[in-house]
Design a protein around this ligand. Structure first.
Ligand code: ARG
Length: 458
């Protein structure tokens, strides 16, 4: 038998393989709430503009609400033969209210319908992402507050560079996730136009009211070009892009957590709640959650590249290729949500091993820059010369397997006679950190200023 929704010109039904490659119901059923909301708004607009009678609108509305409860209560039978969520719902509506159901699709196409449903879904996901990121940022702010003075080594090339505070390091992530959050908000802004009324691609001859449906569905305004409207998946690509960037941030954090929780570093102790054991080695506590967050980045990046590749060769307007947009976005969205939640839990629970951090902060000649700066400030050497003098002091200390602060004044004066014993006060990690008072620097008061800024911004 040919398809009941569009089979008028067909003599036979599809091959089983055709049905399998064509059907999207297995994944686009996720859009049921958006589809029904769109249909309710569309029917109300058709009645208000006199395109359908208010009696018919009432029947349609009642039927759609029945279907919503059927789906929510697990009493709805989805059919692959009906391809997608749109036709599953419309076909059930016909069972419930008879031929009146056929009036719902007046002045509408599945092309503007799916564009609407998907936009609504992505918008809701963006709102959830915004809330999740806010919680992650809050977890970092709490840690930063407690550890505004906790000294740790700062790294470049993963080699000890200069002492910083753990609070300052936390605030670096706050900046990253804060930018992610602003990308989420930008995406909502641009997405916030209603596709309904673009119909198949050319608009419609019915005197519809697109402002009414746009407003009813929570959009700022209707889209302005019907061809673009059914062709456009930028909102999905933007979501995947911001998800990839955010996942990249989490992946770097995950990598740090993996490194920090090794016995060799010993900077943090992960909570039992976010680690696992080994089935053979009884002593093990593995950072699996961090590793999985790092790995989810691969999936999310894959989704972005996947959809970019689907879209790149498509002539305007709609092509069925675009049906492949949804799984990419659904998969990336659940990976992203889960990763943010896992990160928030890990950060909240993470125990900071201050002693180990402090010990490591002083190792590796981390205050060498402070010595060079002292020579500039107190002796008046040009920085390049001070750099050279300090390098000789480091080499001397290294030859004795000692720290800079272990050298005697005589040792230092042999390198440069103008050095006095006042120099030793700048060679401690605390003095180093406190001296970095430039705006955005690691000095504890500066870190507290940034915490206050973000608290007020959240
Ligand atoms: N299931 C389709 C999709 O997800 C709905 C739109 C179908 N439109 C069409 N012209 N065949 O894209």
């Amino acid at each position: 038998a040919s398809n009941q929704m569009w089979g008028g010109r067909f003599a036979s039904g599809p091959d089983a393989i055709m049905e399998e490659i064509n059907a999207s119901i297995d994944f686009d059923r996720k859009l049921y709430a958006q589809d029904i909301a769109g249909s309710l708004a569309h029917a109300a607009m058709l009645a208000k503009t006199g395109i359908i009678s208010s009696d018919d609108c009432d029947k349609i509305t009642h039927g759609l609400n029945t279907i919503l409860s059927e789906i929510e209560e697990g009493r709805f039978t989805f059919s692959r033969q009906l391809e997608d969520i749109h036709m599953n719902i419309e076909s059930r509506l016909a069972e419930l209210i008879g031929p009146t159901a056929g009036r719902l699709h007046t002045a509408r196409s599945r092309n503007d319908q799916v564009a609407l449903d998907f936009r609504l879904w992505v918008k809701q996901e963006l709102i959830r992402t915004d809330a999740a990121l806010t919680a992650l940022i809050a977890a970092f702010l709490d840690k930063a507050e407690i550890h505004a003075e906790t000294v740790m080594p700062g790294f470049t090339h993963l080699q000890t560079a200069q002492p910083v505070t753990f609070g300052h390091h936390c605030m670096a992530y706050v900046e990253m996730f804060g930018r992610d959050r602003s990308r989420v908000r930008d995406c909502i802004e641009r997405l916030n136009e209603c596709p309904l009324g673009a119909a198949a691609l050319a608009g419609t001859g019915y005197a519809i009211d697109r402002d009414q449906t746009a407003k009813a569905l929570g959009f700022r305004e209707p889209t302005r070009n019907s061809i673009d409207t059914v062709s456009d998946r930028d909102f999905a690509l933007e979501f995947l892009s911001l998800a990839s960037i955010c996942a990249t941030h989490m992946s770097r954090l995950a990598e740090e957590i993996v490194i920090w929780s090794t016995p060799q570093f010993g900077f943090v102790r992960l909570s039992d709640a976010f680690s696992t054991g080994s089935s053979i080695m009884p002593q093990k506590k593995n950072p699996d959650a961090a590793e999985l967050v790092r790995a989810k980045t691969g999936r999310i990046n894959g989704s972005l590249i996947g959809l970019l590749t689907v879209m790149k060769g498509l002539p305007l307007a709609y092509s069925k290729d675009m049906q492949e947009d949804k799984e990419q976005v659904f998969d990336a969205a659940s990976s992203l949500e889960l990763s943010i939640a896992a990160m928030t839990g890990m950060v909240r629970d993470m125990e900071i091993r201050e002693d180990n951090m402090r010990k490591a902060a002083g190792a590796g000649y981390s205050t060498a820059t402070d010595l060079a700066d002292w020579l500039v400030r107190e002796v008046g050497l040009p920085f390049r010369e001070a750099h050279h003098v300090t390098g000789r002091a480091v080499a001397l200390a290294e030859s004795r397997s000692a720290d800079l602060g272990d050298l005697s004044l005589a040792d230092l004066q042999a390198i440069n006679p103008a050095i006095t014993d006042a120099v030793f006060s700048v060679l401690t990690v605390d003095a180093s950190v406190r001296s970095r008072k430039s705006f955005g620097g690691t000095a504890p008061d500066g870190v507290r200023t940034q915490i206050a800024y973000w608290r007020q911004k959240l």
